[in-house]
Write a protein of this length. Structure first.
Lengths: 213, 181
């Protein structure tokens, strides 16, 4: 059973890291969000590494729970102040799921007299609590303007387009997730569609030149 | 005694690393009751450090002759003559390696912008460059038209970032490269 929770927690921490990278990219126009998202994504990845000794001892079952929760959240256009507020709100949900995972594993480690795992669970759980406290602070700071001042959608739309440098600097999964939101089909499907369209155009031109001859 | 008692203090403070506010409940759980609060914080590396492309540490600051953007001190002839133009303080050995002489025009670039200022060779630590922030883009005090523009604003080079609690901007460090203009 411990192995199931270790797998669940590793998956949830990875999902939270990806979500933070996505939010850092999506709201790159806000320098403090960009910096904080990068810092906290690194925290989450370090938490996954902190599970290594526990995985060696108990194993880890495959879990997709965290990933499924991430996919259910962060949907739709998230532009400007209102979009940032919605993303912060969703991050609270995902981070709270991660923290409860650490709480549960911490109790199991204590029951199993695994002092090392208990210490790690407590440290990672406390760091996740600090992340949630930051999210709560940001929600309280951003909500008044986001919910009471009319949005300037054209400006928000322009500001939401990341630069090429930001895209290339972004983490792989987050950048792909962002591209999927900008382009409503998967990049590979888009490449296939472009190739097909080009093929049709070339065939038509060849047909037209044959007809002209 | 300090004004830290939970029933008397004016704010509960912040997490120094994240900037998250400490809640009343958290503060009350560890009520200092008049004792000083000493907060530890993990080391956080700067957002950028010198590398092969931008090998110098830039730090910005003041000159004794000017105050902020010189709106007053720039109009005092004695002060303006003492420091009339923007300079970049560069270490003697670094300048020799770059082939830059005293008073020569150098271009200092970061990932965000560039300035063109006169080199001043000093004993500043090797690998460091200091540019005062008093000089903006608009020239004045030289008899030119006030709208004339020259690239001497040190903050074109600095990061757009700030401390999460104090909101102090991170103007004191940035990675830059230096070349002869």
């Amino acid at each position: 059973m411990i192995a199931r929770y270790i797998g669940l927690l590793a998956n949830a921490e990875r999902a939270l890291a990806d979500a933070l990278s996505l939010i850092g990219l999506r709201h790159a126009v806000e320098p403090d969000i960009r910096r904080a998202a990068k810092t906290y994504a690194a925290w989450c990845r370090a938490h996954v590494d902190a599970l290594d000794p526990a995985i060696a001892r108990y194993g880890a079952s495959r879990s997709t729970d965290g990933e499924r929760l991430r996919r259910a959240l962060f949907r739709g256009p998230r532009l400007g102040g209102f979009g940032l507020l919605r993303d912060l709100h969703d991050l609270v949900t995902l981070a709270t799921a991660v923290r409860e995972g650490w709480t549960a594993l911490h109790q199991a480690a204590r029951e199993s007299h695994d002092h090392e795992l208990a210490v790690r669970c407590r440290a990672c759980g406390e760091q996740t609590t600090r992340l949630i406290a930051w999210l709560d602070t940001k929600v309280r700071h951003s909500a008044p303007q986001a919910l009471t001042v009319p949005a300037d959608t054209p400006t928000e739309l322009r500001a939401s387009v990341p630069s090429l440098a930001q895209l290339s600097a972004a983490a792989g999964p987050a950048a792909r997730a962002m591209l999927r939101r900008l382009v409503p089909v998967r990049p590979r499907a888009l490449a296939v569609a472009v190739a097909l369209a080009l093929g049709v155009a070339v065939a038509r031109r060849a047909g037209a030149s044959r007809a002209a001859r | 005694m300090f004004n830290t008692a939970a029933d008397f203090c004016e704010l509960y403070g912040h997490d120094l690393v994240t900037g998250a506010e400490i809640s009343p409940q958290q503060y009350r759980a560890r009520d200092p009751k008049g004792r000083a609060v000493i907060k530890p914080a993990d080391y956080v590396p700067p957002p950028e450090e010198p590398d092969a492309a931008y090998p110098f540490w830039l730090t910005t600051g003041r000159l004794v002759y000017h105050w902020h953007s010189r709106t007053k001190t720039g109009r005092v002839p004695a002060l303006q003559e003492a420091a009339p133009v923007a300079v970049a303080e560069i270490n003697h050995d670094d300048a020799k390696r770059l082939g830059v002489g005293e008073g020569e025009l150098v271009r200092v670039r970061s990932r965000r912008g560039m300035v063109e200022v006169r080199a001043r060779l000093t004993d500043i630590a090797p690998g460091h460059v200091f540019i005062p922030f008093h000089y903006g883009r608009a020239r004045f005090g030289h008899g030119e038209h006030p709208a004339a523009v020259e690239p001497t604003a040190a903050n074109e080079l600095t990061l757009t970032d700030w401390d999460p609690v104090s909101k102090q901007p991170q103007f004191k460090f940035a990675a830059v490269c230096i070349e002869k203009a």
